[in-house]
Design a protein around this ligand. Structure first.
Ligand SMILES: Nc1ncnc2c1ncn2[C@@H]1O[C@H](COP(=O)(O)OP(=O)(O)O)[C@@H](O)[C@H]1O
Ligand SMILES: [Mg+2]
Length: 247
């Protein structure tokens, strides 16, 4: 059984189809990357999966449950976490407070401080564990605005981890990163993959090729190839879409 499945997924903006009849299956425990030229529809596809966009037609199922049409907050509570291309943090709050807020707000019933005596401690422990997992314990008390670019991206992922997602969606987690930060993120994604199925959008081909189990190539809203990194790299249509190759 696929963890996530899209069937004839279609999204129009006016007359432009940014996602065009996309059929994909994602299996649990794997790393998938989505590549393709700018405007290919990669971010729109993630937005459809995470409930930030509603499809024009087609279906999305997560663990055999239909999720298209749900609000993004409902999708996240079902176990799909999402990090964005741009930072989405509270700059004046500390690392810990950013994570704690995410933990609390994404489990509104479970962590109601008025009805659950242990909730305050539970939330703090959970937030601490996430800060530790993203490697930011030494900066836990630092305001988010003073973090390096790479650490902001890590914190952003920490926020996506607040719901213990089975599936983690990341939009260009290494964008704007210096080479050494990129290497750090690569190691971190590998670590995350031990506990989460991962779908991420990535432009840096060395990263895509070194850590993906499967690569999905989009162009003009369509999926033009899926397969192992080696198979996709050798695909003539993919090479055409990239005007001369992706090595
Ligand atoms: N909210 C929107 N309204 C109108 N057009 C949009 C919107 N979001 C994306 N698009 C268009 O959809 C196409 C795909 O965009 P996007 O999914 O961001 O591509 P990618 O992430 O692959 O660069 C682009 O032509 C873009 O201009
Ligand atoms: Mg994009």
């Amino acid at each position: 059984m696929a963890l996530l499945k899209t069937t004839k997924l279609l999204k129009y903006f006016g007359s432009l189809a940014c996602v065009y009849y996309v059929d994909l299956e994602f299996e649990e425990g794997r790393i998938y990357s989505i590549i393709g030229p700018n405007g290919a529809g990669k971010t729109s596809l993630l937005n459809l999966i995470s409930g930030h966009l509603a499809p024009s037609s087609g279906e999305i199922t997560f663990r055999d449950r239909k999720i298209d049409g749900l609000e993004s907050s409902q999708v996240s509570q079902l176990g799909i976490g999402r990090s964005f291309q741009l930072n989405n943090l509270f700059p004046a709050l500390s690392v810990f407070e950013n994570v704690r807020l995410a933990v609390q707000s994404r489990h509104p019933g479970r962590y109601n401080f008025f009805s659950n005596i242990g909730a305050y401690r539970e939330v703090n422990e959970k937030a601490d564990a996430i800060v530790d997992k993203i490697g930011l314990s030494p900066s836990s008390a630092k305001q988010a605005q003073y973090l390096s670019h790479g650490d902001k991206r890590l914190l952003e992922i920490g926020i996506a981890l607040a719901t213990d997602p089975a599936l983690l969606l990341m939009d260009e987690p290494t964008s704007g990163m210096a080479p050494e930060e990129t290497v750090m993120m690569l190691g971190f994604i590998r670590k995350l993959a031990l506990e989460h199925t991962i779908i991420f959008i990535e432009h840096k081909m060395n990263i895509v090729m070194s850590i993906s189990d499967q690569v999905i190539v989009m162009n003009q809203g369509r999926v033009i190839a899926t397969g192992t990194p080696a198979a996709v790299q050798a695909d003539p249509e993919v090479r055409r879409a990239y005007l001369g190759g992706i090595d």
